[in-house]
Design a protein around this ligand. Structure first.
Ligand code: FE2
Ligand code: FE2
Length: 271
């Protein structure tokens, strides 16, 4: 289990007057993605089949991701009593399929898998920090504070294992960078768009472009420059670059501008 439990969340402080309906929608989407964490843990155990210590850490990690899903789902049901988490999760599982039962990483190596996992934890750590800062509802703030701390700890877990894997595998800087960039680009793939659809839409059929933009508009709109800067330092560290140097600062400014431009464009398109 995680370092916090659902019973420690101050559910009785829930304040309906501070709800933001746009945030409720992305929390519903996040709840189904997080709850799917057990499938990824199973995949990591297959990839590290001869490493019982890491398997144990991966299973614990998966349990923590599932707990994130449960906490977010419970909050979303408080915010919207019509939200049926089980139905949403069933729709997500039926429509978004990845082969988690193979024992070889699609990143080509164990180190590659760890780099990809680091990228996901960077993104979630920054995202839940941004959501915590943007939310006015106090229970959601507390949930996001806990989750963001977990995601940062998950990054450290995978980074530590990456260093161990790199002692045995020769993965050059460019390969690390390519894997990292590839995984970041995948954040625009179907997973989040389909989760947003499965958790929020019951009338219309799935339209990838539409739901990708619907999710991204709400998610990017939450991020501020310091959230992006925090993420860039962790990305640089994972690919083997100096995390606080000139290059990192330049990349951070570039990434922030790119995200801001995208957020403004999506807002205008939706207006
Ligand atoms: Fe999570
Ligand atoms: Fe995580």
């Amino acid at each position: 289990m995680g370092r916090w439990t659902l019973d420690e969340i101050p559910w009785d402080r829930f304040d309906r007057s501070k709800l933001d309906t746009e945030i409720v929608r992305i929390v519903k989407a996040a709840s189904v993605v997080e709850y799917n964490g057990g499938a990824y843990a199973h995949h990591l155990c297959r990839i590290f089949c001869d490493d019982p210590d890491f398997q144990q850490a991966a299973r614990r990690w998966g349990e923590e991701e599932i707990q994130h899903g449960k906490a977010l789902a419970r909050w979303a049901q408080l915010a919207d009593p019509n939200f049926e988490f089980d139905v949403a999760f069933g729709r997500f599982q039926a429509g978004y399929r990845v082969d988690f039962d193979c024992d070889v990483s699609r990143r080509g190596s164990r180190s590659g898998e760890m780099i990809a996992r680091c990228m996901v934890e960077v993104a979630t750590s920054s995202y839940y920090t941004a959501l915590r800062d943007a939310a006015r509802e106090p229970v959601l703030k507390e949930i996001c504070r806990n989750i963001a701390a977990d995601e940062f700890r998950h990054y450290k877990l995978f980074y530590k294992n990456l260093m161990r894997c790199l002692e045995r595998e020769r993965i050059g800087f460019w390969s690390r960078l390519r894997i990292a960039a590839g995984r970041i680009a995948e954040s625009e793939d179907d997973e989040l768009a389909y989760a947003y659809y499965a958790a929020n839409e019951t009338e219309r059929p799935y339209d990838r472009r539409y739901f990708k933009r619907a999710y991204a508009r709400r998610a990017y709109g939450l991020c501020r420059e310091h959230h992006v800067a925090h993420g860039i330092t962790l990305i640089f560290k994972a690919v083997g670059l100096t995390p606080n140097g000139l290059l990192a600062r330049a990349a951070s400014r570039f990434a922030w501008r790119a995200m801001r431009t995208r957020a403004i464009r999506l807002e205008k398109a939706a207006a």
